[in-house]
Design a protein around this ligand. Structure first.
Ligand code: COA
Length: 370
C-alpha cells in the first residue's frame, strides 16, 4: 500500500490498439501510422475513419463514411434553442459539455452499448460536434446559426458554419492538420476519464460529457487558450524574454510547455509549427511567430522545457479568426474521434476501473452522545 503512484505516473492500466506514444523516439502513431505521415498524406475524414475502424479507408469506404458524417450533421431545433439560451457569459467548454449531454437525451440508441450502436453513435457525435461548436460560436458573437452545408468537406464545413465563408486552401489545410494532430493521444486525462465512465457500463454520451469536463482544465486541453492569451499579453517579441523570466521568478507555470509523457519534446510540435508559420505567412503576420520563437528559446535556455502541441495550435487558431474561448471546443471537434474509439475499445474487453486509495484521515472513533 505504500507504493502510491500519484497522478498514475508511469502506470500502464490497460492495453490499447488505438495509438502509441513513443517519447524515446519522439513518435506518435495512430493505428500504426505516424501522425506526421497522416498529416501530409490524408485529410481529417480519412484519419477519423482510421481511428474508428483500425484501417485507412479505400475509396468506397471513405465515400460511405463521409456520407454518414454529412447526413448526421444537423442538430435539432430544440438543441439550437438551448444553445441560443445559454447564459451569455457561460464558457463554450461548459455549453458544449451540456449540449453533448442533451444530445444523449435525444439519441434513440443512447443506452444501446452494442458495438454497432456505439459505432453509429460515434459518427453522430463526430458529425454533430462541429455543428454544436460552430452554432455556439455564432450565438456567442450575437450572430445567427448557420446550418451545415453537405456539399462541403468536414473542415470547410466547419469554417462555413463559423464564419459563413471558407478561407484559402492553405488555411483549411492548416486547420485540417491541427484536427489530425489533436485527434488522439492514448491514455491522456480526458480519454482516461471516458474509459473510466464506460467501465461501469455507462453510455457513450455520458463518457464524452465527462471527457469534455476533463479536457477543459488548463493542464490539459485548456492550454491552447492559455497560450493565445499569453501571446496577446506579451504583445511584441522584444517583451517575450522578460515575460518568461518574470514568470519563472514567480514560479508560475508557462502554458503550452511541458508534457507528462514527452520529456524531450512533443512529437506533434514540428508539424503544427510548420502549419502555424504557413498560416502566419498567409495572413502576413510576422510578429506572432517571432514572439513564439523568443518564448520557446527562453524556456529551453532557462528551464530546458519544450513546447507541446497547444503552443503552435493556439496562435494558429487565433490567426484564423476564432475567438480564444473556442480553441478548446475546437480541440473537441477532433478529439471526439479518439474518445469514441477508446470507449468502444473499453467495451470490447471491459474491466471496471476501480483503483485503491491509502486512507490518511482520522483514526477510527465513536459518535459521542454529548
Ligand atoms: N512552466 C514552468 N515549469 C514547468 C512547466 C511549465 N509549463 N511544466 C513543467 N514545469 C516544471 C514543474 O514546475 C516541475 O518543476 P519542479 O521539479 O521544480 O517542481 C518540473 O517542470 C516537472 O514538471 P511536472 O509538474 O512534474 O510535470 P507533470 O508531468 O506533472 O506535468 C504538465 C505536465 C503538462 C501538466 C505541465 O508541464 C504543465 O502544467 N504544463 C503547462 C500546461 C500545458 O501546457 N498543458 C498542456 C499539456 S499537453
Amino acid at each position: 500500500m505504500s507504493d502510491i503512484k500519484k497522478g498514475l505516473i508511469g502506470v500502464i492500466s490497460d492495453e490499447t490498439k488505438v495509438s502509441e506514444v513513443m517519447p524515446e523516439i519522439n513518435s506518435l502513431t495512430y493505428r500504426g501510422y505516424a501522425v506526421q505521415d497522416l498529416c501530409e498524406n490524408c485529410k481529417f475524414e480519412e484519419v477519423a475513419y482510421l481511428i474508428l475502424n483500425n484501417d485507412l479507408p479505400n475509396k468506397k469506404q471513405l465515400k460511405d463514411f463521409e456520407n454518414q458524417e454529412k447526413i448526421n450533421r444537423s442538430i435539432s431545433n430544440n438543441l439550437k434553442n438551448i444553445i441560443r439560451n445559454y447564459p451569455k457569459n457561460a464558457h463554450p467548454m461548459d455549453t458544449t459539455r451540456t449540449s453533448v449531454s442533451y444530445m444523449g437525451l435525444e439519441d434513440p440508441e443512447v443506452n444501446n452499448n452494442s458495438p454497432e450502436a456505439n459505432y453509429r453513435k460515434s459518427i453522430r457525435l463526430m458529425a454533430k460536434m462541429s455543428t454544436i461548436v460552430a452554432a455556439s460560436f455564432r450565438v456567442k458573437r450575437g450572430e445567427n446559426i448557420i446550418d451545415p452545408n453537405n456539399d462541403l468537406g468536414f473542415c470547410e464545413n466547419f469554417f462555413h458554419m463559423c464564419f459563413g465563408k471558407i478561407p484559402s486552401k492553405e488555411v483549411v489545410k492548416a486547420f485540417d492538420a491541427s484536427m489530425t494532430l489533436y485527434a488522439e493521444h492514448s491514455f491522456n486525462a480526458s480519454t482516461f476519464t471516458s474509459r473510466v465512465i464506460s467501465s461501469s457500463l455507462s453510455d457513450l454520451h455520458g463518457a464524452i460529457t465527462g471527457a469534455i469536463a476533463s479536457l477543459k482544465g488548463p493542464l490539459h486541453g485548456g492550454a491552447n487558450e492559455a497560450v493565445a492569451h499569453m501571446i496577446k499579453e506579451v504583445g511584441s517579441a522584444d517583451k517575450a524574454k522578460d515575460f518568461i523570466l518574470s514568470k519563472i521568478k514567480k514560479k508560475q507555470l508557462i502554458m503550452g510547455f511541458g508534457h507528462r509523457v514527452y520529456r524531450n519534446g512533443d512529437s506533434r510540435v514540428p508539424t503544427m509549427t510548420k502549419y502555424y508559420h504557413k498560416t502566419a505567412k498567409y495572413y502576413q503576420n510576422t510578429e506572432l511567430p517571432k514572439i513564439s520563437k523568443v518564448l520557446e528559446d527562453t524556456m529551453l535556455k532557462e528551464k530546458n522545457i519544450k513546447p507541446n502541441l497547444d503552443f503552435p495550435a493556439g496562435p494558429t487558431y487565433y490567426l484564423m479568426g476564432f475567438d480564444i474561448d473556442f480553441f478548446t471546443p475546437i480541440f473537441i471537434v477532433s478529439r471526439i474521434t479518439g474518445w469514441c474509439a477508446h470507449v468502444m475499445e473499453q467495451f470490447e474487453n471491459n474491466k471496471l476501473i476501480r483503483p485503491l486509495s491509502k486512507y490518511i484521515g482520522e483514526p477510527l472513533r465513536k459518535v459521542s452522545n454529548n
